[in-house]
Design a protein around this ligand. Structure first.
Ligand code: ADP
Ligand code: MG
Length: 703
């Protein structure tokens, strides 16, 4: 028994764990003794020393000793017992809201106490609310704790002392060989500091920090023992994505050789030249798809940097080699816009398009499905309907996902599985090359961890002649001025967007709000043609409105955030966003990206209703200061944290236990190298690492 590795030793073998407790522990995901060891304290309290009363600080937990000097029942909003406790260095107030007569009797002047509690700033200076206390017998004072006290994550039906006891038992079973060290000695890395602790030592310290351990480092997650585990966790995540990549790349992709003639024909018809950045990224893609290893590439570029045409160039190369291309957009509006562009671009090359979204039904759908299946349609454009349905491709060579930020990591993996790639029982089947385009830049550190399975290209240049959008932040009280501005702009022949936002996740309410606003604006601007678009409209209606707006038949388009991504109407040069402080930075940046797409100088008005939160005002300030999507993305990460920025909070993607992408960003480059080295030189540790840290997230481990 004593030799059983701790990951295979059940919690049921510990003292005091009967079937009932074992069931509770299982509910918490604590099955093995090793699981307990990885169940780390959230924080620690220090009962190892007595703090002089004169030196206590609000927001800390302290042990103090002193003599009661006064004790009174105070009648305020709530009745409380208030004692003044004094030592040689100062006085502090102890406040009790619940007390009985016996307590009141004993807590009288002259009593000597030792108290433990959290210091707050109260009515009478610093106070301790409901401290734990004991009477001091001066000749025989009670022992202080000799170590810091760990506080574990709240566990329903299991007390702190029980979980402490169990973790203590687990620690006593922890021998150096009873838990597998998966980061081998001697791997070359710069993470010396992070790897200074062995795994058992790190676990011992974190469950049981000796007195004098830097509590501030522990609280920040910066202690080397925590960093040791965080590094291992990040490596495990990275490995899971690398494994995924490896698995895909073991398949064969069609070789799509460069076709200079086809590319030239396509480029000649474009009304502009590619920017240097577009050319560079296009040739990276061209080289990738020219080999039999499936491409897995992410193209990042700021809003309006011209990603679509780069994707089209890749499509041309695939089609010139006789293969099909699928392009998936996140919304119908965007899919339709791509359809129009690609028809225009590819018609001169004699390419037939198929179009498939949820709105294509009945006979029309069958025709499209048939053309996709028999290979008559080389270019296939649609929404996620492309993946969901029983769409059969004849010979898919390249799949392109546009505006990837709408899809979380999990979804991306699921799409890849469900979708066209021939993953599944046979790994020998052909796999298409994959191109993924983001809508907004992703901070470098996040890209490095969340997209470790992808190569990354960056279009870091905007087409020439764009004037940056000028952004102003205005209170709702200035609404009339803003309306005057819309009038002036539209009567000069330009177009504008008016975006209504609503925090509620309700299509209905949002649509209603947009309708009301459109009505109001029409009353105030009777001379303008005003259109309304929102998520409740039928796809057909939405498209008709977009077509009319594009054709200039609508001057002012009142919209919900349905127009957030991709919509491209270069003549629109004014964007009003209502209640803008509600939106996140990347969403604001996306919306603002709908203007400034032509050579007209463009403006964005961010309206807010006072009062505005500190965070909201910080966001609007950044929007006013910069148009650079990469900078905005970094700020967004700072303000909202990685889960929100990746849009994956709900889906629970990349659930990190100990690591924090932001705090630990500095180690990510080395993590990436280490993961690669492990995969290459220590492949036997890889699956164990993934299952230790990602456990049941099969998507990562097995997708
Ligand atoms: P995004 O990167 O946001 O998807 P788009 O691909 O929609 O951007 O391109 C934005 C606009 O810029 C489109 O109207 C497109 O035709 C135009 N465009 C793209 N590349 C260039 C270029 N090199 N020169 C001028 N205009 C360009
Ligand atoms: Mg786009």
């Amino acid at each position: 028994m004593s030799d059983t590795p701790l990951d295979r030793r059940s919690v049921g073998t510990l003292h005091g764990v009967g079937p009932q407790l074992a069931t509770k522990l299982k509910k918490l995901g604590l099955h093995s003794v090793q699981d307990l060891l990885f169940h780390l304290p959230l924080r620690y309290i220090d009962r190892t020393q007595i703090t002089p009363i004169g030196g206590i600080q609000p927001m800390t937990e302290v042990v103090i000793e002193g003599e009661v000097r006064a004790s009174d029942v105070v009648f305020g909003r709530r009745r409380s017992l208030v004692c003044r406790l004094q030592d040689h260095s100062g006085v502090v107030t102890l406040r009790f809201f619940h007390f009985n007569r016996a307590q009141q009797e004993r807590l009288k002047p002259g009593a000597r106490l030792r108290c433990f509690g959290e210091v707050r700033r109260g009515k009478s200076g610093v106070e301790l609310y409901h401290p734990e206390y004991q009477y001091l017998d001066q000749t025989n004072p009670p022992q202080l704790e000799d170590k810091l006290t760990p506080i574990y994550p709240a566990t329903e039906g299991i007390t702190q002392s029980r979980i402490r006891d169990l973790c203590g038992q687990a620690l006593s079973l922890l021998q150096n060989h009873s838990i597998r060290e998966l980061l081998p000695q001697g791997i070359s890395t710069d993470l010396h500091q992070q790897l200074a602790y062995s795994l058992p030592d790190a676990l011992r310290l974190l469950h049981n920090p000796p007195p004098g351990t830097a509590l501030n480092l522990l609280a920040e997650g910066e202690h080397p023992a925590q960093q040791r585990l965080a590094a291992e966790e990040l490596i495990a995540h990275n490995l899971s994505l690398l494994k995924l990549r490896q698995k895909v790349q073991q398949q064969q992709a069609p070789v799509l050789s460069e076709d200079k003639t086809a590319a030239a024909t396509f480029l000649d018809k474009l009304p502009f030249d590619l920017t240097a950045a577009q050319q560079r990224v296009a040739s990276e893609i061209s080289a990738d798809i020219g080999t039999a290893i499936p491409m897995l590439r992410l193209v990042q570029g700021d809003v309006g940097s011209g990603k679509t045409v780069v994707a089209a160039l890749a499509a041309v190369q695939a089609i010139a080699n006789g293969h099909q291309v699928a392009l998936m957009a996140p919304t119908e509006i965007l899919a339709d816009q791509h359809r129009i562009n690609f028809e225009q671009w590819l018609r001169p090359l004699g390419v037939r398009l198929a179009y498939l979204t949820g709105k294509v039904k009945g006979k029309a759908r069958e025709v499209q499905l048939q053309a996709i299946a028999d290979g008559a349609a080389k270019m296939v454009i649609g929404t996620h309907a492309l993946f969901q349905e029983t769409v059969e491709f004849n010979d898919l060579g390249l799949s392109i996902i546009d505006e990837q930020h709408r899809f979380g990591v999990h979804q991306r993996l699921a799409l890849r599985k469900k979708g066209f790639s021939a993953e599944g029982p046979s790994l020998s089947g052909p796999a298409p090359h994959q191109l993924i385009m983001t809508a907004t830049p992703i901070p470098r550190t996040l890209a490095m961890s969340a997209y470790a399975d992808l190569d990354c290209s960056v279009i870091d240049e905007l087409p020439p002649g764009r004037t940056p959008v000028e952004t102003v932040v205005l209170s709702n009280l200035r609404r009339n001025d803003v309306i005057a501005r819309v009038r002036a702009s539209c009567s000069a022949g330009r177009q504008a967007y008016w975006v209504c936002t609503l925090i509620e996740e309700s299509d209905v309410l949002e649509a209603q709000a947009a309708e009301v606003t459109a009505g109001e604006l029409q009353l105030m601007l009777p001379e303008l043609s005003i259109g309304l678009i929102h998520g409740r409209l039928k796809p057909r209606e939405k498209l008709e409105i977009m077509i009319a707006f594009k054709a200039g038949e609508i001057d002012l388009l009142v919209a919900t955030t349905v127009i957030e991504v991709g919509v491209d109407v270069p003549n629109a040069s004014l964007m009003i966003i209502e209640d803008s402080a509600r939106l996140g930075l990347s969403q604001l940046h996306q919306l603002r990206g709908r203007v400034g797409r032509g050579s007209l100088s463009s403006h964005c008005v961010l309206l807010y209703s006072p009062p505005i939160s500190g965070n909201g005002s910080a966001r609007l300030k950044i929007m006013r200061e910069t148009n650079d999507g990469f900078k905005i993305a970094e700020k967004d990460l700072e303000l909202r944290g990685p889960g929100e920025v990746l849009g994956t909070r709900q889906t629970g993607d990349m659930q990190l236990h100990i690591a924090d992408l932001q705090r630990d960003a500095h180690m990510l480059p080395q993590i990436k190298n280490l993961a690669q080295e492990l995969l290459l030189n220590h492949p036997q540790n890889v699956d164990a690492l993934i299952s230790r840290w990602l456990g049941h997230s099969e998507q990562y481990a097995q997708a």
